[in-house]
Design a protein around this ligand. Structure first.
Ligand code: ADP
Ligand code: MG
Length: 603
């Protein structure tokens, strides 16, 4: 049922694209923007004055030649004025260039801030929705395109329109029929533009998923993250074949779009050429019958190419770039409209209790709920273990508990606040969590630890403590520069970490952060079961005065929990203390017995 939405993204109209992106860009520096506008108007006036100047010059030359020479001074003066305006226009162009570049830098900065702010508020469920990932992926290009669109609008409104208005006035004042020459060059291009817009938009939508997947195949083969696994599997051939299929499809699409586009371009060029010939014919006729003077003839004749240039700039430059930009801007605008995990900002008490009532949840585009009809409550300072096989819904339940996802059915209340009504950041302020899929930031160890509360002063002692909790010290061999060790080989002096080491750093980061709810969601997969049990042991100690959750499918460490919730197929199968569950002789005991040998050597 939900599947039918795929690839039917709502179109965003032109005006909405403008309204939702342009004010932010201009707001980055209204002064610079205004200066740029003034300059461009002056440039437009200079350009359109040319036809008058040409007529004036030709009339002058004709007069001189008819008078039989003399007036050399007039010509020198004339050249001087010409040179002066040339130099002025050049310098003006350079100033315009710098003004625009400065303005664009500032605008980019402001847009980046806007995108980060949006990211920070985005409802996390968006990231589970592939349709929307597309929009997020393209939003970066969309931000660039929005700046480019503003530039284009500026060009059209402040340069091209004044230019054509002044030129039309000139032509009409000499002979109304001459205005038709503009149309003769103009109409073919207009037709082309109308058609090309649709082609590019369709292409973008078709190519994006393929492009994302092919980038992933490349990553699978060449990034540090996947290299080892892929090498051992000998997976390069497979990834290349998969890449190749997509590559061929993208190229074919690109080629067919190019072909269609260029056929139309070619026809439009032919028509434009015919139009120009028409203009020349008209000029000769008018001159011969004496409707226009020699000066007028020469001025228009020499301006035809300039006018054509400006039309080309307008259509192949401005309009074409706008029509290429618009689809990206649509992605960006849709992204800015994505649901946020909005809600009240509330100050939660330090002691966190959580009440879960009949909670169900499904991921986007899936049929089966990942969590269904779950009810339990957690008292402040309780340590709860959530256990169960892979895929039983543990991680999903955790994300629901902290308001990261909001339930489809039922309610989660944190200290009485329904997670549907409060912002996730209200909870996040109290939260420290280490997940199964840990990120590996290319930062120093210290930065990796403090990133979650960089505004607070960090002491070596605090950092050392967090590392000790995660079972390492900054003196270890794999940290040659202690806290200042760069944890990525992509940088000079950086070190590469093993999976287990990366996990320890992530765990230390979780411990470092001040919090009153703390979660470990199997961050220990790359660490052996006994070491996991040790880390969880230290965790239980540390979190004695906090509300804490440990999530695991390995049961060696869950004895420490005040309560164990056993998940199966998204539902609670059993709940109780270790001893109660062992006595029950059900799912838990079965799982525990099957894992017994992992821990027996230790005992
Ligand atoms: P566990 O943490 O116990 O291994 P999860 O909560 O990760 O289980 O997953 C529960 C169920 O939800 C599984 O069937 C899994 O396939 C499904 N699931 C998890 N993440 C997603 C997702 N992003 N999109 C769709 N289904 C998902
Ligand atoms: Mg999980």
């Amino acid at each position: 049922m939900k599947k039918k939405d795929i690839n039917k993204k709502p179109r965003v109209g032109f005006f909405k694209c403008v309204r939702n992106t342009i004010p932010i860009i201009i707001g980055a520096s209204p002064g610079l923007f205004a200066l740029g506008c003034v300059i461009i108007v002056v440039q437009s006036i200079l350009a359109s004055a040319q036809i008058y100047v040409l007529e004036f010059a030709f009339n002058g030359v004709t007069a001189i030649s008819e008078a039989g020479g003399g007036a050399v001074l007039d010509i020198v003066l004339w050249l001087a004025v010409y040179a002066g305006s040339f130099i002025f226009a050049t310098i003006l162009g350079q100033i315009a260039n710098r003004t625009d570049t400065d303005f664009m830098y500032r605008a980019e900065n402001r847009q980046t801030k806007q995108r980060f702010d949006k990211m920070a508020k985005l409802a996390p469920i968006i990231f589970e929705d592939t349709d929307r990932l597309d929009d997020i992926e393209k939003s970066s290009a969309g931000a660039d395109s929005a700046r480019s669109l503003l530039n284009t609008i500026k060009q059209i409104v402040l340069y091209h329109i004044p230019y054509f208005v002044v030129t039309s006035i000139y032509l009409a004042s000499r002979d109304p029929w001459l205005v038709a020459s503009l149309l003769m060059i103009f109409l073919p291009t207009l037709l082309y533009q109308y058609l090309v817009k649709k082609i590019y938009r369709d292409k973008e939508d078709k190519a994006a998923p393929d492009r994302r997947l092919s980038a992933h195949y490349i990553e699978c083969s060449t990034s540090e993250k996947f290299f080892k696994e892929t090498r051992i599997l000998g997976g390069f051939g497979y990834f290349f074949r998969s890449f190749h299929v997509l590559w061929a499809r993208i190229m074919k699409l690109d080629r067919s779009v190019w072909l269609k586009d260029n056929w139309m371009f070619f026809l439009a060029e032919l028509l434009t050429f015919a139009g120009k010939m028409g203009v020349y014919y008209m000029l000769f006729r008018f001159l011969l019958v004496g409707r226009i003077t020699m000066g007028e003839f020469a001025a228009v004749f020499t301006s035809v190419n300039t006018i054509e240039d400006k039309l080309h700039q307008l259509f192949y430059g401005s309009f074409a770039s706008a029509s290429r930009d618009l689809p990206f801007i649509e992605n960006y605008v849709r992204y800015l409209d994505f649901p946020e995990n909005d809600g009240m900002e509330v100050e939660l008490p330090y002691e966190i209790g959580i009440d879960v009532r009949d909670v169900s949840f499904s991921y986007p585009n899936t049929e089966e709920p990942a969590v269904r009809g779950v009810t339990f409550s957690v008292k402040p300072r309780e340590t709860v273990a959530i256990v169960g096989e892979n895929g039983s819904g543990k991680s999903t339940l955790i994300k629901l508990l902290i308001g990261y996802y909001r339930p489809d059915g039922g309610d989660v209340k944190i200290c009485g606040w329904n997670t549907k009504e409060i912002s996730f950041s209200s909870v996040a302020r109290r939260l420290s969590a280490v997940y199964q899929r840990y990120p590996h930031y290319a930062l120093t160890l210290k930065e990796n630890l403090i990133i979650g509360q960089y505004e607070k002063e960090s002491t070596d002692e605090n950092m050392r403590e967090a590392c000790a909790m995660a079972g390492f010290s900054p003196e270890e061999e794999w940290l040659p520069n202690g806290f200042d060790t760069m944890l990525s080989r992509e940088f000079d002096d950086g070190v590469g970490l093993s999976g287990g080491q990366v996990q320890r750093v992530s765990i230390a980061r979780g411990f470092y952060r001040d919090s009153s709810i703390i979660i470990l969601d199997e961050p220990t997969a790359a660490i052996d079961p006994i070491e996991e049990a040790r880390i969880y042991g230290r965790f239980a100690e540390l979190s004695r005065d906090k509300t804490s959750f440990i999530v695991t499918h390995r049961l060696g460490s869950v004895r420490l929990a005040d309560r164990i919730i056993m998940m199966k197929d998204g539902k609670i199968a059993e709940t109780g203390t270790h001893d109660e569950l062992m006595a029950k002789d059900g799912e838990y005991k079965k799982m525990f017995d099957s894992q017994r040998q992992w821990y027996e050597d230790e005992a």
